[in-house]
Design a protein around this ligand. Structure first.
Ligand SMILES: *Cc1c(COP(=O)(O)O)cnc(C)c1O
Length: 390
């Protein structure tokens, strides 16, 4: 009998599938959702929305935060706010998620893609200036894996050419950049605006969810209007106007209180979540270092002026063949590792719009990058145990 149970346990353990991602629930999510349901107020901009927004403003010094239903929505708001018109150009990395640029395309912008850095999937800051034309309106840096772009270089270009900077900080919560003045600033606080994501694959989640951060205060009052369907409803509730009406374009960008209540439970545990994620990340780095060198595999690079928020752990193989066989071998051992973005300049939607420039680093990350399982409850020893047999 003993033996049978032992055997069964071994069998179960052997068949255990390690997911790539698993959302972490802190325990209070349903409690706060229930509370908001019982309060009778579940539409947007209520108690939990305000708690979350204030938390971000106080904790990170963001000037103004507006929760949105996604990072995609926050980027769409940013595109409206900076007044993107047909014919305007925006410069963005090709190695990113579609929303980074889709938001601007929706307003009629022409996207000019920039390559990734040789040492990091983030945009090559030194390749931006030659792409700037009189039509360029904005630069959209993406802090890939929560690792900052070189914001000194990007902000200097923005100033020189009078451009807006909208940070795609979807992956970058609780990550920092130390500027050349020596000041350490949270990502999302540097550009004119920034967009965060709380999608279930990010560090802090609410299912779908996001946030627009506004650092340039001249955008704040219009942002509240666009957020609330083009009405000055937010100003009305603050007692700033005595009735509200239609004053501008806008959409329904604000999330319901149910989403905000979920997010609040996550925020209460932000430090604990981040501590655990960093432990996992450091463990991967330490344990895979030797294996990576032996197999000519590039480990993630964190530049000196950037911090690591442990959003993801990725490897860069030396060819697509090697990357695909690593994924296949891990899969045989029930470990789900996955590749990531495919260069947008080569996507079915964009390839005939691209100007033909080669973006070899972006293509290399598309072909050679693999992300390892990463989530709060990951039993990393199990991954490593299988991994070292690859
Ligand atoms: C996740 C992600 C998005 C989209 O976030 P949503 O909240 O799902 O809209 C945009 N850009 C980057 C870089 C992302 O990682």
């Amino acid at each position: 009998m003993e033996l049978d149970i032992h055997g069964l346990r071994l069998l179960l353990q052997y068949n255990k599938v390690i997911a790539f991602n698993k959302p972490y629930f802190t325990g209070n999510e349903t409690k706060y959702i229930e509370e908001s349901v019982k309060s009778g107020h579940i539409s947007g901009n209520g108690k939990y929305t305000k708690l979350c927004q204030r938390y971000f403003e106080e904790h990170y010094g963001f000037r103004k935060c507006l929760l949105t239903t996604s990072c995609t929505d926050a980027l769409e708001m940013a595109a409206i706010l900076i007044g993107i018109q047909p014919g305007d150009e925006v410069i963005a990395p090709s190695y990113t998620f579609v929303s980074t640029v889709n938001a601007f395309i929706l307003r009629g912008a022409k996207v000019v893609f920039v390559d990734s850095r040789p040492d990091h999937p983030g945009m090559d800051e030194d390749a931006i200036e030659s792409l700037i034309t009189p039509n360029t309106k904005a630069i959209i840096p993406v802090h890939y894996a929560g690792v900052s772009c070189d914001m000194d270089k990007i902000m200097a270009l923005a100033e020189k050419y009078n451009l807006y900077v909208v940070e795609d900080a979807a992956q970058a919560i609780d990550s920092f950049y130390t500027a050349k003045d020596g000041v350490k600033r949270p990502l999302g606080s540097i550009g004119h605006m920034a967009a965060f994501s709380f999608h279930e694959t990010k560090n802090i989640i609410s299912g779908e969810g996001g946030m627009l951060v506004i650092n340039d205060k001249s955008f704040i009052s219009r942002a509240e209007i666009i957020w609330e369907k083009g009405t000055n409803r937010a100003a009305f509730f603050k007692g700033e106007v005595d009735k509200y009406g239609w004053v501008d374009i806008g959409s329904s960008f604000l999330p319901s209180e149910i989403i905000a209540a979920f997010l609040w439970a996550q925020l209460e545990n932000l430090d604990r979540i981040q501590t655990r994620r960093k432990e996992i990340w450091n463990c991967y780095l330490l344990e895979l270092k030797k294996w990576a060198i032996q197999n000519s595999i590039q480990l993630p690079k964190i530049p000196d002026n950037a911090s690591n928020n442990a959003h993801m752990f990725y490897l860069v193989c030396s060819s697509q063949l090697e990357r695909d066989s690593l994924i296949a071998n891990l899969k045989l051992k029930n470990v789900n590792a996955v590749f990531h973005y495919q260069s947008l300049h080569r996507s079915p939607f964009f390839m005939d719009k691209h100007d033909g420039r080669k973006l070899p680093n972006s293509d290399r990350y598309s072909e050679c990058l693999v992300r390892l399982p990463f989530y709060f409850e990951l039993e990393i020893k199990e991954v490593l145990q299988y991994f070292q047999k690859c």
